[in-house]
Design a protein around this ligand. Structure first.
Ligand code: ADE
Ligand code: ZN
Length: 343
């Protein structure tokens, strides 16, 4: 277990979160409240029954429950309430900046207007003291044509999102399936990211970079199986948005002790720590930091590096990044000295 001083410093340090699916922040209590408010039948009789179904064996077993949970979201206010709840939790964990994924196709398939999805999430971001931006994700188990339709649908709201991502069932749906739609998004000046190398092979990380031209890799933990790819990720300082509790809950690693985060850092990679789907995987940002610092040989200098990496990898103007980085460095200068810990 981590020493209590280090724990307090890590919990209090300024953070950026770059990999959070807003639908994955929907807590069972809110799922039940929204189901009742909207008259949506749920296949679970209580919050406890629903929570006890959160025992996953792999990514797909999680996605099935995640999409079922999202079925209670119908109105703009539902998206607002969900996002407001997440932002309050993020703020409590000292997240100063967050880039939030959302999955419009999960909702438009149920007849929800994309305007209600985007406006609800965006309005909550505007009302929060946390700096927040949105990244629209295409569901990779659907076709590229459907991704194009979703993009068209979203374009009237172009000012409310900064980027495009790719999520859902990875294996069998390689990045190159979305080559043309990502090229179009690039022309539109959107930032690009993709989930790759979570359950899928290192080859998917390569095609995400070479074919989709993404700027960050979501997860990417399987890169270490390919030394040449790892060297490239280090050389080009391509950020990996790693999600430790997600990785153990979805059995990418059996236990946190087996997680490769330290090896990723030792390989010189721009590793960030994130919560992915906090309502489903056992916690928000500080729960993720507690878990890795408890299980892995990490110290104060790793904490500062991880906090800095989150802001370095953020899609923010350089001046804003520099201001956040100065806040991180000032925090560590002050707390390390106050606790008598050598930096
Ligand atoms: N959608 C929500 N969480 C996801 C994850 N970890 N991987 C792929 N798709 C997701
Ligand atoms: Zn994810």
């Amino acid at each position: 277990m981590m020493n209590p001083q280090l724990r307090a410093i890590v919990r209090g340090m300024p953070k950026a979160e770059l990999h959070i699916h807003i639908e994955g922040s929907l807590e069972p209590e809110l799922i039940f409240a929204l189901a009742e408010r909207n008259g949506v039948p749920l296949g679970y009789e209580s919050v406890e029954h629903l929570r006890s179904a959160y025992a996953f064996t792999d990514l797909q077993s999680f996605l099935d429950i995640y999409y079922a949970g999202a079925s209670v979201l119908l109105k703009e206010q539902d998206f607002y309430d969900m996002t407001q709840a997440y932002l309050r939790r993020a703020e409590a964990d000292n997240v100063l900046h967050t880039e939030i994924f959302f999955d419009p196709q999960t909702h438009t398939a149920r007849g929800v207007a994309i305007a209600d999805v985007i406006n609800g999430i965006h309005r909550a971001c505007q009302d929060s003291p946390v700096s927040a931006a949105l990244i629209l994700c295409f569901l990779r188990h659907l076709s590229e044509e459907e991704a194009f339709e979703t993009l068209e649908d979203a374009l009237p709201h172009r000012d409310k999102f900064i980027g495009i991502g790719l999520d859902s069932s990875e294996v069998g749906n390689p990045p190159e399936k979305f080559l043309r739609v990502f090229a179009r998004c690039r022309e539109l000046g959107l930032h690009l990211v993709a989930h790759a190398g979570e359950e899928g092979p290192p080859a998917y990380i390569r095609t995400a970079l070479d074919d989709l031209k993404v700027e960050r890799i979501d997860h990417g933990v399987r890169c270490l199986e390919d030394a040449e790819l790892t060297a490239r990720l280090a050389r080009e300082q391509i950020a990996l948005t790693v999600c430790p509790l997600s990785n153990t809950k979805l059995r990418v690693f059996d236990q946190m002790h087996d997680h490769n985060l330290v090896q990723l850092l030792d390989a010189g990679l721009l590793v960030t720590v994130n919560s992915d789907d906090p309502a489903y995987f056992g916690g928000y940002m500080n729960d993720n930091f507690d878990a890795i610092f408890d299980a892995l040989p990490l110290g104060l200098s790793h904490a500062q590096r991880l906090a800095r990496n989150g802001f370095i990898a953020a899609f923010l103007p350089q001046a804003q990044k520099d201001a956040f980085l100065a806040t991180v460095d000032a925090y560590f200068a002050q707390h390390a000295a106050a606790h008598g810990i050598a930096q």
